[in-house]
Design a protein around this ligand. Sequence first.
Ligand SMILES: C[S@@+](CC[C@H](N)C(=O)[O-])C[C@H]1O[C@@H](n2cnc3c(N)ncnc32)[C@H](O)[C@@H]1O
Length: 282
Amino acid sequence: MGDNMARGDPARVGNGWLAANRANWDDRTPIHLASRDYDVEGWLRQGRGPRPREAAALGDVAGLHLLHLQCHIGLETLAWARAGAIVTGLDFSPAAVAAARDLAERAGLADRATFVCADVHRAVQALGGATFDVVYGSLGSLCWLPSVDGWAAQAGALVAPGGRFFLHDGHPLADALAEEEAVFAGSYFEEAAPEVCDADVTYTDGDGRVAHGRTYQWNHSIGEIVTALIRHGLQLEWLAEHDWTTWRRFAWLVPAAPGEWTCPAGTPRMPLSFSLLARRPR
Ligand SMILES: C[S@@+](CC[C@H](N)C(=O)[O-])C[C@H]1O[C@@H](n2cnc3c(N)ncnc32)[C@H](O)[C@@H]1O
């Protein structure tokens, strides 16, 4: 969730939310490419693969066809290619998809990476009915989508029989809380009306400003996410709530392991992110 939130009137928001969010992500892309946080040059130089915890969750992906929904500039997608997967990334931001294609070339991974520009709600159609051994979603994905059921219908249909669905996202409880104190700033549950956020900054370092600062976001409870995936044909294997996150959700979080943030020592532990693994039966 972003800064300066207000609950929107769905009638007034209409369908404008998709175009507004897309313009916002187009604006964020060059800022992220230049940021120390994404550290694109370091990523190219060091040849980093997937996050160790995610790699452990999925095991050997060599030769598997992996789809990353909402892939942004493709760093996480291409990390799976470095681990041997044949990857497809999908994102609705033309700027992000262009950056991902360019990074695939520069990383020498273009022969095993395809990037598709499409709204995730139309992913099945955009991917021509293809299904994948692994469908993957990563931090900061679900809050941009109005209906977790609509998303799960696409995600579920994209998993091949016997294939797996892996999600690692911000915890909806943390996303509902206010920035400074542990009070709810928004609904824990999915609401028809979006949170309307106005912020001319993004979550990385850098002085760049976002020209299209208005975005529309939604929270989805853990129960709603899991139930939607099950409703669309997936069987849950495990669900873990984490007291750490790879994004500094609150300014008061402190570094834990490299690239991870957690609550300060001596304060109550709270859920900051979660991951789950589900499978489509054969
Ligand atoms: C925070 S990024 C998630 C990727 C990754 N965890 C990262 O940090 O690079 C969110 C991504 O969702 C994409 N996105 C938002 N709404 C979308 C939609 N309706 N369809 C496809 N992509 C969407 C944005 O363009 C953005 O690239």
